[in-house]
Design a binder for this molecule. Structure first.
Ligand code: AKB
Length: 318
């Protein structure tokens, strides 16, 4: 299997690239991003190209050159950045996806595209949000995610392109920072807990959102693409979740390891409004039944792992 990743220097790609290289072989994973980073293992660990994913001709050239069979299309602006510049978000999120789907159509590639809990809106049922439900998001990020889901389904039904995707919740990790998302607080809190013993949160303490630890996110992205297509009734995109919590609860779990940890709040009205428009918790039955999705990390296990990893790194660097 020969794979190309777009947007590979982001939070997900920085860990998906090495995981795919391990599974499929270093030379079979072509890593691309609009920028480069000479320190990144994603750049150093195997074939890397700078690529603007909106440039369909350049993308097709790379796909032909490396006889790519599968594209992980990760390049996108996240919710808060998209809300600050909706025109740019539409351009990158939609024209990037369109170029990828056209290349996949002409070159016969399968495509993984992450959607998000941002594809839901204030009218969606908030608790245990079903797989098939009302999707009327009020953010530009959400608009691009719903449009993307529909476009991917269209390419599947109309052209037979093997398009698949998941609606990711907030992803928590300790390698590359997320950047520009509404759920970023849930990552920052662990870094600040270890470095300063306190954290000022930009969302209210009782704001519930779905979250997932990176190892489970990698598993979802890889397992869905390996799933038997005959079992997939849904394609774009599957609800997946691992846990739902609010900042107060996360702080309480951190205090089990750092008893003096303190949290206070300085609310960012833009990100609070985005979070309020999203579900509190998802139901992911279709993913479980159609391709065996099952997460391994809950809040307790993730918190222990995040804090141990960050503390060990701090000791090593001090
Ligand atoms: C964001 O907060 O924008 C992302 C997401 C949930 O899609 N992490």
């Amino acid at each position: 299997m020969r794979i190309l990743i777009t947007g590979a220097l982001g939070q997900l790609g920085s860990e998906l690239a090495p995981a795919l290289r391990e599974r499929y072989g270093v030379d079979n994973v072509i890593v691309t991003d609009i920028r480069t980073d000479s320190q990144s293992p994603a750049v150093l660990g195997g074939p890397f190209y700078t690529l603007d994913c909106r440039d369909g001709e350049a993308l097709t050239r790379l796909v032909k050159k490396h006889r790519v069979q599968r594209i992980y299309h990760l390049a996108a602006l996240l919710s808060a950045t998209a809300e600050a510049n909706p025109q740019k978000a539409w351009d990158i999120n939609m024209n990037g996806l369109y170029a990828v789907l056209e290349t996949a159509r002409t070159e016969g590639c399968s495509v993984f595209t992450p959607s998000s809990i941002g594809a839901f809106g204030p009218g969606t049922p908030k608790e245990y949000t079903p797989q098939d439900t009302l999707q009327r998001p009020t953010t530009m990020y959400g608009v691009t995610k719903v449009t993307g889901e529909l476009l991917c389904d269209y390419y599947h039904h109309r052209y037979g392109v093997d398009t698949r995707g998941v609606r990711f919740p907030g992803i928590i990790s300790n390698v590359a920072p997320p950047g520009g998302g509404t759920t970023d607080y849930a990552v920052d809190i662990y870094y600040e807990a270890v470095n300063k013993g306190r954290y000022t949160c930009f969302l209210k303490g009782d704001t519930y959102l779905d979250m997932m630890y990176m190892p489970d996110a990698l598993k979802a992205a890889m397992d869905l693409m390996e799933a038997d297509p005959g079992r997939l009734r849904h394609r774009n995109a599957f609800n997946v979740t691992a846990m739902s919590f609010c900042p107060e609860e996360q702080a309480a779990y951190i205090r089990r390891h750092i008893p003096t940890f303190e949290i206070d709040y300085r609310i960012d009205p833009v990100r609070q409004a985005i979070a309020n428009s999203w579900p509190n918790s998802l139901e992911d039955y279709a993913a479980r039944v159609e391709w065996g999705w099952s997460p391994e990390y809950d809040l307790e296990r993730m918190t222990a792992d995040m804090l141990n990893t960050l503390k060990a790194r701090q000791i090593k660097h001090s």
